[in-house]
Design a protein around this ligand. Structure first.
Ligand code: SF4
Length: 390
């Protein structure tokens, strides 16, 4: 669940640890919730009910009533049920891996203010058994896969959980787990308690600076979570500098008489250009919204884009008109098989199990990503280029 009230919230730690002044700036920004965030909140509530039901062995009727209440929300989608089941199943797997009963905490508020002033947050699930502490976080987003490796949000939760439970458990191993079912992403990472505490000590001065509104502005990947990302001066200056110097640097006019740039140059340009492209897109979106609100963006204006022809009449009227012309009404329709995903959604997972011999998953098209992306390199051999062309 989003811990919106802490200035140094765990969910925004990757931003304020990289750009400390952003903490106070974002804390003062008005609270707005996107449709995606609201959808995530609903899915988290579903996770909470299912996990609580598992731990407390709640009667089925109670659980169904609670879930049905959530299902009335307009953002509910049947696939949310399957995705929250994936979360529950993984937690069950962890809990059942121990020889004796583990302690499972659901939506547990943790206090990590010993490391970051007034720092607190709500961990989706904390599991304790002997020397093991698990921090399990559910992510409903399907944009970018989130990794548990060195994840500052989960490390802050772990520091808070350690502070709360160290009197009762001799915690030595910290397991960070992210379950992001819409991307088939279950990411797990382990750190020793000594490593975690050392990290906690290292971030203390940065957290203090961030809380006090000090420190240096620093732009980067983390800017996408910032309330002033579009109009931030530092981000603008860095991107313009990038375009002026860094971006131009790897493009020599000619290298040893070659009229084309090398593959090394292509790699260098791409790694710089991604941040620039994202920033330009953000600026465009901002300028359009300003223009639509009647604010002048010098040199630019909003115009109407290309419209789309759409039926306004009842389908029966269109059919009649076709019959009048001696044409079969069916000519107006396409008969198409639903996609595998849509049919599964329409009939439910249980019934869909009967169709397992009737479909297969095709290979995804090759996509260019930075070298540090977690996915293995495309292994299509000589067919990769052909796949791409197709
Ligand atoms: S947009 Fe600006 S203030 Fe926000 S994180 Fe980036 S550099 Fe910092």
């Amino acid at each position: 669940m989003p811990d919106v009230h802490a200035v140094l919230s765990a969910s925004s730690a990757s931003r304020w640890l990289s750009c400390p002044p952003s903490a106070q700036i974002c804390a003062k920004a008005p609270d707005t919730q996107s449709k995606y965030a609201a959808e995530g909140t609903l899915a988290h509530e579903m996770c909470e009910i299912k996990l609580t039901a598992y731990i407390a062995a709640l009667p089925k009727r109670t659980v169904t009533a609670r879930l049905n209440k959530l299902k009335k929300n307009e953002l509910y989608d049947p696939e949310m049920d399957a995705h929250t089941d994936t979360y529950l199943d993984h937690i069950k797997k962890i809990a059942l891996s121990f020889p004796t009963k583990a302690l499972i905490n659901v939506e547990k508020r943790v206090d990590y203010s010993a490391y970051a002033p007034e720092g607190f947050g709500t961990a989706d699930c904390i599991i304790l058994h002997g020397e093991d502490l698990y921090i399990v976080d559910f992510k409903y987003g399907k944009g970018i896969p989130v990794s548990a490796e060195n994840n500052p949000q989960l490390k802050l939760y772990a520091l808070g959980a350690y502070t709360a439970f160290r009197m009762f458990y001799s915690i030595k191993n910290i397991h960070l787990v992210i379950i992001q079912p819409r991307l088939d992403n279950i990411s797990e990472w382990e750190i020793s308690i000594d490593g975690l505490l050392e990290w906690g000590e290292n971030i203390k001065p940065i957290a203090k600076l961030a809380y006090e509104g000090g420190g240096e502005f620093s732009s980067g990947e983390h800017c996408r979570f910032c309330s002033i990302a579009t109009t931030c001066r530092k981000r603008a200056v860095d991107n313009l500098e990038l375009a002026k110097y860094e971006f131009a640097k790897p493009v020599p006019v000619a290298k040893d008489g070659e009229p084309t740039i090398s593959d090394d140059d292509v790699g260098a340009i791409l790694s710089k250009a991604k941040a620039l492209k994202k920033w330009v897109e953000d600026i465009e979106e901002y300028a359009l919204s300003q223009s639509l609100e009647g604010n002048d963006i010098p040199g630019w204006k909003a115009v109407e884009g290309r419209g789309k022809r759409e039926w306004t009449a009842d389908p029966a009227k269109i059919e009649n008109r076709l019959s009048g012309l001696g044409l079969p009404p069916q000519i107006a329709y396409e008969r198409e098989l639903l996609s595998v995903a849509k049919l599964e959604k329409a009939i439910g997972k249980t019934a869909f199990a009967d169709f397992s011999d009737l479909w297969q998953k095709s290979r995804g098209a090759p996509t260019l990503v930075p070298e540090n992306d977690k996915r293995p390199a495309y292994n299509g051999g000589t067919t990769a280029a052909e796949d791409f062309k197709q």
